[in-house]
Design a protein around this ligand. Structure first.
Ligand SMILES: [Fe+2]
Length: 308
């Protein structure tokens, strides 16, 4: 099954105005009908929590209503419909997508991916040594005023009450594989149509916490994460964790509290893996959760008096 990753997350939110402002400040592009897009067209879609067009909520305040996956081909869509149809209802919607539910009660959708190509420069660095500089001569490494747009919907993290059951569903029914495991928390999972280290992580948690823990988009590089995150702090949003760099996945990260009842992350430079990769299994600890971790502080200038 060539599932690429999430094309869109649908939310029924408590505060439409706050969520609209938040997603705009995060850098996504509002395109109408509650849809906020990254460069490749992947998106967050929001509606009021009492909007009857949304799938049912989970009854516990979780605002995520649907995880809509993009798949590479019609054969994958049909294979998913056939597999899930063995033991649960699978609906075919008017837009051609299919809708069903996972073993934890999360509503899932699958569609031919809407991800589109886009032109955007990669972040490159001048590294001393035999490697030639990669930026052009006289090309600057940082522009504090640059417009930053997230590039692609990256991954999401669920709190699940039965980690083994949840993992088995995605592995055995949808063809995800485990790329790494934080023992005591859960598995990083990669579907069959991407090389990203993970598009799904699941954390074992008590039943009352069942829901979305965080979600994130890929940014163009670590400098974009640092700049975009700094702008969020300066706008008054509360940093939750970061900036830093994870060990599993190697992604740079910065997490912020959000009005979605879940954290929203910014990430960059995640590892890519193929089937040659052997999953690591490491007990969860602060040491393994990141390679390094920093904390934002206000800009200042050094000076003879110690700076101001
Ligand atoms: Fe993450």
């Amino acid at each position: 099954m060539k599932i690429i990753g999430p094309d869109a997350l649908l939310f029924g939110v408590d505060d439409l105005e706050a969520c609209t402002q938040y997603l705009t400040d995060y850098g996504l592009t509002p395109v109408g009908d509650g849809r906020f897009e990254a460069m490749d067209g992947t998106a967050i879609v929001i509606a009021a929590k009492d909007d009857t067009s949304l799938p049912a909520d989970m009854g516990n305040g979780c605002q995520l209503r649907k995880t809509l996956y993009g798949v590479a081909d019609e054969a994958t869509l049909n294979a998913i419909a056939e597999e899930l149809g063995k033991d649960r209802e699978v609906s075919r919607l008017v837009d051609g997508s299919i809708e069903s539910v996972d073993d934890m009660g999360f509503t899932l959708g699958f569609q031919l991916t809407i991800r589109r190509d886009y032109e955007a420069p990669a972040e490159v660095v001048h590294s001393p040594g035999s490697n030639a500089p990669k930026r052009e001569l006289n090309e600057l490494g940082v522009d504090p005023s640059v417009k930053i747009t997230p590039r692609s919907l990256s991954h999401l993290v669920y709190f699940v009450p039965d980690g083994d059951k949840a993992e088995a569903f995605y592995r055995d029914r949808l063809g995800f594989r485990v790329t790494d495991r934080l023992v005591g928390a859960g598995p990083f999972m990669q579907p069959g149509g991407t090389q990203d280290h993970h598009t799904l992580f699941m954390i074992q948690a008590p039943e009352f916490m069942r829901g979305l823990e965080h979600f994130t988009f890929h940014f163009g590089g670590p400098t974009e994460v640092m700049l975009a995150g700094s702008r969020m702090v300066e706008k008054g949003y509360q940093s939750f964790w970061g900036p830093g760099r994870h060990q599993m996945g190697s992604n740079w990260f910065w997490y912020f509290n959000s009005p979605f009842g879940a954290r929203m992350e910014m990430d960059a430079d995640m590892d890519l893996h193929d089937e040659q990769w052997v999953a690591r299994e490491i007990p969860i600890s602060a040491e393994i959760s990141q390679a390094f971790l920093f904390q934002y502080r206000e800009k200042w200038i050094p000076g003879p008096g110690g700076g101001k």
